[in-house]
Write a protein that binds this ligand. Structure first.
Ligand SMILES: [Zn+2]
Length: 325
């Protein structure tokens, strides 16, 4: 048995095949805390949605890898027989890191060589794919730079994915899915236009061209949070200061999903919602010093947010069949 199967995870192959055929996207929810993990799994069970539990390893690691695995194994146990759960490395930075994660129980890894020269990105991604596929683990690659973390200042056009590179990259590397740059942005401020200017819409034409060239390729959107303003207001009304926090409109995400986007990464929305809930609780109950109560307030807000995403934006609600397509 593959190591991740022993823990109750699945890879993304069948998940994405069903999503492509059904024109919906599987959520890629990043987590950092126990409350987030519990809320993600609860919401996905409630809405009968498959899910990728995603972890991004910071250089200054905060959680011990054994604790991360323990959290996610617990999630898979909660979900057993009800929904499919993949354990996914977000933005893997080297072959060594991906290998350690594959050996440690991840069922899916992203190798992000998008900031390397193209030939180096191809070589590193191919090495990860070879190691991963021998062990039944699926791999997400990236072409183009997603703003907010990966790109220097300058015209965004330079960083968009070039469709004519996609065919060669996929053929040369064997990746199972591909993250593309079409105008989404990592972080809470997704409007890169000057104050007062309207941000440009997502470059759906790039997605159309990728689909035309590779109709069976599952495409992934990063930096796709909507940044709901009620949660921004909850932060700012209770002592916070989030400025220029704007996201990608839901209708644009839905339009992208119709063009072979099979997974949508959501992180900033949940961070802001959690922060807003904790701030609101602590201001309303200044004598409360018990993390169980204020983190429970956050968990309830998160369950509602994840459920809403699955039902209203991603279309993944009701798609958690564990039967092969
Ligand atoms: Zn990302």
């Amino acid at each position: 048995m593959r190591s991740y199967e022993a823990y109750g995870f699945v890879n993304t192959k069948a998940m994405y095949e069903r999503a492509l055929a059904g024109h919906y996207a599987v959520p890629g929810y990043n987590f950092n805390t126990l409350e987030q993990v519990q809320a993600i799994v609860q919401a996905c069970i409630d809405t009968c949605s498959p899910v990728l539990l995603q972890y991004f390893v910071l250089p200054e690691e905060q959680l011990h890898p054994a604790l991360v695995l323990g959290l996610v194994r617990g999630a898979a146990e909660m979900a057993a027989g009800r929904i499919d759960v993949a354990f996914h490395l977000d933005h893997g930075s080297s072959f060594e890191q991906c290998k350690a994660c594959i050996d440690g129980g991840y069922s899916s890894v992203m190798i992000d060589g998008s900031q390397l020269p193209h030939a180096d990105n191809v070589a590193m991604t191919r090495e990860v794919v070879s190691y991963a596929h021998d062990r039944g683990v699926t791999v997400e690659g990236e072409l183009g730079g997603i703003a907010g973390r990966e790109t220097a200042d300058g015209p965004m056009e330079e960083h968009y994915t070039k469709p004519d590179e996609v065919e060669d990259f996929v053929a040369a590397t064997g990746v199972d899915s591909l993250a593309v740059s079409v105008g989404t942005v990592h972080g809470a401020s997704k409007n890169l236009a000057k104050p007062g200017q309207t941000p440009p819409p997502l470059r759906l034409d790039i997605l159309e061209e990728v689909k035309r060239r590779l109709p069976g390729l599952p495409v992934v959107l990063h930096g796709a949070s909507a940044i709901p303003q009620e949660h921004v207001r909850a932060v700012n009304a209770h002592g916070g200061s989030l400025t220029r926090a704007v996201g990608i409109p839901d209708d644009q995400i839905r339009a992208a999903i119709a063009i072979n986007v099979c997974k949508v990464n959501i992180h900033s929305d949940t961070q802001i919602a959690m922060t807003g809930a904790v701030r609101t609780h602590l201001v309303a109950c200044p004598g409360d010093f018990d993390p169980r109560t204020y983190l429970d307030s956050a968990r309830k807000v998160l369950v509602a947010l994840y459920s809403d995403k699955n039902r209203r934006v991603l279309g993944s609600a009701g798609k958690a069949s564990t039967v092969p397509p």
